[in-house]
Design a protein around this ligand. Sequence first.
Ligand code: ZN
Length: 137
Amino acid sequence: MKPSKIEHIGIAVKDLDKSISLYEEMLGYKCYKIEEVKDQKVRTAFFKIGETKIELLEATEAASPIARFIEKRGEGMHHLAFAVNDIEKRLHNMKETGIDLIDRKARKGADGLDIAFLHPGSTSGVLIEICENKNKD
Ligand code: ZN
C-alpha cells in the first residue's frame, strides 16, 4: 500500500457537540470542519494535528455503522486512515494479495476524500481506511 502518512484517526462518539468541546479543550485547537456524510449516516468533526487529523464520528441514525459500533464496544477508537495515491489500484492490489475489502470501490467520504475500508478480519482486528485526496494541488 505504501501510504504517505496516517491521514486521520477516527473516533466514535455519542454526542458530537460535547466531544468537540472536550477535544478543543484537551488539544488546544479549534475544530476546523463539521460535516454530515449522509451515505454513511454520520456527522463528523475534524481537528488538525500537524500532518494528521482526528475525525470524531457521531451516528445520525440507529442503522449507522457508528451506532452499531458504540452499541457493541462503547465510544472509542474506530478506525485508522492511511493516505495513498491511486486508491483504485491499491484496492485492486490488496484484493489480489488476499485482504478482505469492505469497499471494492472507493466512495466519497468526509473532508473531500475518496475512501475505502478494509475488513478488520484481515488487518489484525483494526478497521483500516485508505483514502486519497484527489482535489489536492
Ligand atoms: Zn475516516
